[in-house]
Design a protein around this ligand. Structure first.
Ligand SMILES: NC(=O)c1ccc[n+]([C@@H]2O[C@H](COP(=O)([O-])OP(=O)(O)OC[C@H]3O[C@@H](n4cnc5c(N)ncnc54)[C@H](OP(=O)(O)O)[C@@H]3O)[C@@H](O)[C@H]2O)c1
Length: 260
């Protein structure tokens, strides 16, 4: 069988050969679309969905056999229960995609100027967008296969790029995504030594029509706004050609590297 992570041998659809378990964290717009697309592309992977509700509304067909597990990334005891519940996946977990993220919620809006910054909102944004992915990696590390390629991807955002920041604003969300990028870059370097077949990727999905962007997309031209299905398909195209040599990169939906 061709290597699942060798694009030249396998084209852009290496996941079709993978066997084992795959976990998607977050059942929002992109998370649900990723599960549906993984169901089509990776028939050998058993899909697990982690969400605060403990069930994932609608990826779509009960026949897909998606299994659900509860997880609140901001709660240590939830992370502990989640790790215990996934213990049967030890050595068979091959793919983890974190899609959980927070930009706004009731009482929390992205800041337009300094006077709108407040400590509690910053802490919430960092808890989900920055600490969450790192603590997720800590929880799943013992479950990851050491003998087969593993992909650990987390959704970041181009607005988390410090080098690319020309507009300002959105202090907390931008900084939390930048912090995630640094955390997972460190993780990629650690896993190069400890899990040499693993690849850690930070992915920007492009502006996508989900609840996260609902209040902010009026001015986005239609051709720059992706459906969740298109975003999921593009993200998996990028992910499928990542391997240990590419670990620690910050990539856009089209595979282009984004400056840190
Ligand atoms: N959509 C875009 O244009 C865009 C652009 C750039 C980056 N991103 C990033 O892409 C990712 C997915 O975004 P999306 O557009 O799919 O957003 P979404 O529809 O709002 O989904 C976000 C998900 O995060 C989950 N979440 C929030 N707090 C959590 C917590 N404490 N523990 C576990 N899960 C939690 C939510 O779960 P509940 O269902 O329980 O609330 C929700 O399912 C996010 O990281 C976002 O920052 C999105």
């Amino acid at each position: 069988m061709a290597s699942a992570l060798n694009p030249s041998a396998d084209g852009a659809h290496g996941l079709r050969h993978w066997q084992g378990d795959a976990l998607v964290v977050g059942c929002g717009g992109i998370g649900r679309a990723l599960m549906a697309e993984l169901g089509r592309r990776a028939p050998g992977l058993t899909l697990w969905a982690a969400s605060r509700q403990g069930w994932c509304p609608g990826p779509e067909d009960p026949a897909t056999g998606i299994r659900s597990v509860a997880l609140d990334l901001t709660d240590d005891s939830s992370l502990e229960r989640f790790a215990l519940a996934l213990e049967p996946l030890r050595s068979s977990l091959r793919l983890v995609i974190n899609t959980a993220g927070l930009l706004h919620q009731s009482g929390l809006q992205p800041e337009k100027r300094l006077r709108q910054v407040n400590r509690q909102a910053l802490e919430q944004l960092f808890a989900v967008n920055a600490y969450g992915p790192l603590l997720l990696a800590q929880a799943v590390e013992p479950l990851l296969s050491r003998s087969e390629p593993v992909l650990f991807a987390s959704l970041s955002a181009r607005v988390g790029s410090i080098g690319d920041n020309q507009l300002g604003g959105w202090y907390g969300y931008r900084a939390a995504k930048a912090a995630q990028n640094q955390f997972l870059r460190c993780l990629a370097l650690e896993w190069k030594r400890r899990l040499p077949l693993a690849c850690v990727s930070l992915l920007h999905p492009g502006t996508t029509e989900t609840p996260l962007t609902a209040p902010f997309r009026a001015s986005v031209p239609a051709e720059r706004l992706f459906s969740p299905e298109r975003a999921a398909s593009q993200l998996l195209d990028v992910l499928e050609v990542q391997g240990p040599e590419q670990s620690g990169r910050f990539l856009a939906w089209n595979g282009a590297e984004i400056p840190w």
